[in-house]
Design a protein around this ligand. Structure first.
Ligand code: URA
Length: 190
């Protein structure tokens, strides 16, 4: 059954043993940001730094993401909530396995049920194929908005991919500016 308060949800999630990632994690990375944000960003899963600090996107790719969000007027301190598909670090930073994503999905669903964001931004392929469309192609469909159950969903490049391949940075920046513009069109308080 879904939990109805952030405090209860976080406390329960921090004790999660639903998959084998629990055995190797240092910290559960629950999520960060205002708990009434209208925009929610969803990444893939914690890396080494996130596992150590218990906060999403705090390593190199997180710094790039923060910089780009900031340019679009978005920030975890002010107006966006950030979480991941899986709350515990997959060893060696491998992709989370489908069974790990499935085991963790209830936490994410519960987070979105409490937050009720107007816009969800999938950061990278793993989140986009899990949440938007199973054959989502980031290179082709990034920045497009699709409505699902009253929530606007969009996907963009993962900052780790942008660090490897900076040629897509301007397109990713356009995507985030598009999110801010959409929020403005909808009259959302940012
Ligand atoms: N990559 C992600 O997808 N999420 C994080 O929290 C860190 C890196």
């Amino acid at each position: 059954m879904a939990l109805t308060t952030w405090e209860e949800l976080e406390q329960t999630c921090l004790n999660c043993q639903k998959c084998a990632l629990a055995d190797t994690r240092t910290n559960v990375v629950f999520g960060v940001g205002p708990r009434d944000a209208e925009v929610m960003c969803i990444g893939e899963g914690p890396g080494e730094n996130e596992d150590k600090q218990g906060e999403p996107f705090v390593g190199r790719s997180g710094q790039l993401l923060d910089k780009m969000l900031e340019y679009a007027g978005l920030s975890r301190k002010k107006n966006i909530y950030i979480a991941n598909m899986v709350k515990c670090r997959p060893p060696q930073n491998r992709d989370p396995a489908p069974d790990e994503i499935a085991a963790c999905m209830g936490w994410l669903r519960n987070q979105t049920a409490i937050l009720r964001p107007a816009i969800i931004v999938c950061i990278g392929r793993i989140a986009a194929v899990s949440l938007i469309q199973k054959d989502f192609k980031v290179t082709k469909q990034h920045g497009q908005f699709i409505e699902k159950n009253g929530t606007l969903m969009t996907g963009t490049f993962h900052p780790a991919a942008l660090l490897r391949n900076p040629v897509n940075k301007p397109a990713a920046m356009e995507d985030l500016l598009g999110v801010a513009k959409k929020a403005q069109e909808l009259g959302l308080p940012l």
